[in-house]
Design a protein around this ligand. Sequence first.
Ligand code: COI
Length: 356
Amino acid sequence: MKYNIDVHPVKSSRINEVDFSNLPFGRIFSDHMFTADYINGEWTNIQIIPFQNFSFHPANLALHYGQSIFEGMKATKTVDGTPVLFRPAMHSHRINASAHRLCMPDFPEDLFLQALHELIALDSEWIPTSPGSALYIRPYMFATGEFIGVQASDTYKFVIFTCPVGPYYSKPVRLWVEEKYVRAVDGGVGEAKCAGNYAASLYPAKIAKEKGYDQVMWMDAHEFKYIQEAGTMNFMFVIDGKVITPATDGSILKGITRDTILKILTYKGIPFEERKVAITELVDAYKNGTLQEAFGVGTAAVVIGVEDITYRDLVMKIPPMNIGKMLKEEIENIRTGRIEDKMGWLEPVKTVEAAV
Ligand code: COI
């Protein structure tokens, strides 16, 4: 179905104020944003407006009880200048899976895609083209009910804004294996991309940063034995040429970059395993010299190497990436049209006229 999105363009763009040679992650916002409201069981007030603040009722349910979910995705330009979205339908499916877990309404996939096309077509000049940069897209949904009883809201807002970004990490990360705090438990919301998961991670991450680490390596909540994620990314490592990653078990985010990588490994014929991974397996591999690589994978970070992993008093120095480097380059090369998109992951952004 085609939706009628009301477009209110900015009177004058802010783009000339932006230094595209220096793009900190997530601090520069493009001209426009998409918004829609869920009222009386349907999505309405569907519009693209100048990027601006919201005002809220003090009893806004999202602020009190956390019904707030989001996605992170990217648009790039191919070498011939075509703006492209990367696997947008996967993000639509995932935000609706998160919505389901948080008792929030579905956002229609056709509206999600139409909104993305119209918004990115309008702000396509904001897509940076230097190596490793992209237009980061942040779709999110939150409760707007005005009531302080604990219940699911009747009303919601769906928003998409965009930020031109450079790389999320400038160098390989140092990880601390966390054995006191947890990110997610079985039966909880670990698989949902919801604000609360990130709030829960802040205090342990702060302590790890104070000790000189960049990120926490999350372990399972029962035995602190099995690896879950590395900070805000999925985690992969290489032993004897085989890539190993924790299986998603309900408490690990089903990363779209993770899925992309597993598909690249498949078509490249590189062996991999998705399964439970005990931290002791990593330690044993480190000690017997078979641990070759470790890296975090995610939309923002793409693929980032790990410098070292500290488990209790053992500091495991990780060699530089090899397979990880190839994966990062493959993703960047697909996104910029330097190599063939044989999996059909790119969706060229329709022109403003075609998108409406
Ligand atoms: C992403 O990789 O897109 C994320 O959502 C992680 C972080 C920026 C919150």
